[in-house]
Design a protein around this ligand. Structure first.
Ligand code: SF4
Length: 151
C-alpha cells in the first residue's frame, strides 16, 4: 500500500481549489493500491485557502523552530501545517504505509523543492513541513517528479 498527495490523485484540494492530477497515481488510488491524503486539509485548512510559503528555511527548520509557515497576507499558519503533518503520520502508521509519493514544491508535501518564502515564484532546495516530519520519523518520501522519472 502506498500513500499519494491527494491533489495528485485528482482531488481538488489545492489552495486554489484545483488539483494536480497524475494519471498513474490516480489509477493507483482507484485500484486500491494507494490511499490519498492532503496534510493541509487534515490540519484543518479549508479549500480554497490562502497560499503559504515557508519563511526562514524549510520544513526541517520549521520543526527545529527556526522557520515558520506564513500565508500571503502575513498570517502565521505554522501550527496548522504542523498539525496536518502529525495527522498524516498517524494515518500512515495506522495503515502501515511506508511508500509515500508527495507533490513537489508544496510547503507541506515538497520532497526536494519548495518556494523560497518571498511569494515571487522562486524555488529553493528543501522539504515541506509534512515531508520533513515523515523523514524525521524514519520514513522516506519521493516526489511525484521522482516517481514519474523512475518509471
Ligand atoms: Fe496537495 Fe499536499 Fe498541498 Fe494537499 S498539502 S494540496 S496534498 S500538495
Amino acid at each position: 500500500m502506498k500513500m499519494v498527495s491527494a491533489c495528485l490523485a485528482g482531488i481538488p484540494c489545492r489552495y486554489d481549489g484545483a488539483h494536480k492530477e497524475n494519471e498513474t497515481l490516480k489509477k493507483l488510488v482507484e485500484s486500491g493500491a494507494a490511499i490519498s491524503l492532503c496534510p493541509e486539509m487534515l490540519g484543518g485548512l479549508p479549500t480554497p485557502r490562502n497560499p503559504a510559503e515557508i519563511v526562514g528555511g524549510d520544513g526541517k527548520d520549521v520543526w527545529s523552530g527556526t522557520a515558520k509557515v506564513v500565508d500571503n497576507l502575513g498570517a502565521d499558519v505554522t501550527e496548522i501545517y504542523k498539525e496536518g503533518a502529525r495527522k498524516t503520520l498517524e494515518q500512515l502508521r495506522e495503515l502501515g504505509i511506508e511508500q509515500i509519493i508527495l507533490k513537489e514544491k508544496s510547503p507541506s508535501c515538497g520532497a526536494c523543492q519548495i518556494y523560497d518564502g518571498t511569494f515571487s515564484g522562486e524555488l529553493k532546495k528543501g522539504v515541506g513541513v509534512t515531508a520533513a516530519y515523515l523523514q524525521l520519523h524514519g520514513l522516506s518520501v519521493v516526489s511525484d517528479e521522482q516517481f514519474s522519472s523512475e518509471k
